[in-house]
Design a protein around this ligand. Sequence first.
Ligand code: SF4
Length: 261
Amino acid sequence: MAASFAFGNVAQILAFLERVFRVLGPSPHATLTARRPLSPSQVTGLSHRFISPSGVHRFLLCLRAALLEHGSLEALYQRGRDRGGGDPRSWLAGFLASFRESWREKIPRERNFLFPDPGKGSACKRHNLFLRWVVREGDGVDLGLWTALSPRQLIVPLDTHMARLGKWLGLTSRSSADWRMAEEITGAFRAVCPEDPVRFDFALTRIGILKACTLPVRGTCGRCPLGVACRGGASPDGLAPRQGGQAPGKKMVLPVLPPLG
Ligand code: SF4
């Protein structure tokens, strides 16, 4: 729920989730799988950005259908993985296709946003974020709840911050923030840490999310831990992008790597 609706600003996301979880009560699982499904009137007025109360209601019914049929989201993912062939993109595609099949609406714009198809090129940022949360070991950032997938097989959740830094750090040569860019950046991380490539995601995207990097400006860049590795960084006079840094497509050199764990 939290990953699917993780778009817009943080205050809006938190306000929406608080309202949804108030409706779902102390056990969202019990509420979603109760004999009587949630009625549209229980989510009246519950919208988030361009997702209407009716879209929220359909989303909850899709979750209900998945939980009733498979027992858990992990079991559903496992089925998608078995059905989809041999790579993380097709496993995620199978998982999301199951939800799309339960969504009944003639013009499914909201469905296609909430359950996109990575086969059509979408980077599926929110769903790769969800997988990061449940697959990476519980380390205070992620939860480590699933065993259906290994951290080695995760793909980086590609948002605007990661796309920009990916280019500035020379991790990708692509210009569109799509699934292939996410794979390319993940591949560069994998060269540094094959057992847990997505471990860099939280630290790097924080720089953008916390607005520590809005523009390459003197002062900000001087204090930035990415230092000279970033080719977007400001020159010493702060007036122009720094020359040098990581060239696109070249092997990445990160300045400091803290030990695992
Ligand atoms: S070096 Fe400058 S431009 Fe690069 S990430 Fe840091 S603050 Fe942003």
